[in-house]
Design a binder for this molecule. Structure first.
Ligand code: 4NP
Length: 154
């Protein structure tokens, strides 16, 4: 099983989603069953490490995302991955526009797997540290939900 997380820059939300989901998989003993990656719709930050604020917020929860490097979403991703999950509706629109007709990846929002009131992960880039905490809380809820979803599917 392969899961790809998508946001705009691949330096805040989706690398954090990758780190949070990896930890949730490890807790379930499923780390060897699922391949995880993240990318961005935009190309401004390609090759860059996650935003220092995202790294610090994740580190506070003992999640290390410092080794991740940003890359851009490409059409082949919809062939290579089983789940391609965006953070907000803007990401989702860009993803749907790029998805090749023959690719049958599940394309949707990550928070569809969470029981949170919100359906989108807000972009924390221009906000304060509070925004990164909120992002982490949402991502943790969705990560738990997605692991349960994958486990039910067997
Ligand atoms: P992300 O946050 O999509 O969660 O990685 C952003 C990072 C950078 C920019 C926008 C959003 N930017 O415009 O550079």
């Amino acid at each position: 099983m392969k899961v790809l997380f998508v946001c705009l820059g691949n330096i805040c939300r989706s690398p954090t989603a990758e780190g949070v989901f990896r930890r949730e998989l490890a807790r379930a003993g499923w780390q060897d069953r699922v391949m995880v990656d993240s990318c961005g719709v935009g190309r401004w930050h390609v090759g860059n490490a996650p935003d220092p604020r995202a790294q610090a917020a994740a580190q506070q929860r003992s999640i290390d995302i410092s080794e991740l490097r940003a890359r851009q979403l490409k059409p082949q991703d919809f062939v290579d991955f089983d789940y391609v999950l965006g953070m907000d509706s803007e990401n989702l629109a860009a993803m749907q526009a790029m998805k090749p007709d023959h690719a049958d990846a599940h394309v949707g929002l990550f928070l569809d797997f969470a029981d949170t009131a919100e359906s989108e992960v807000p972009d924390p880039y221009y906000g304060g540290d509070q925004g990164f905490e909120h992002v982490l809380n949402l991502l943790e809820a969705a990560a738990k939900g997605l692991v349960e979803h994958l486990q039910r599917g067997r």
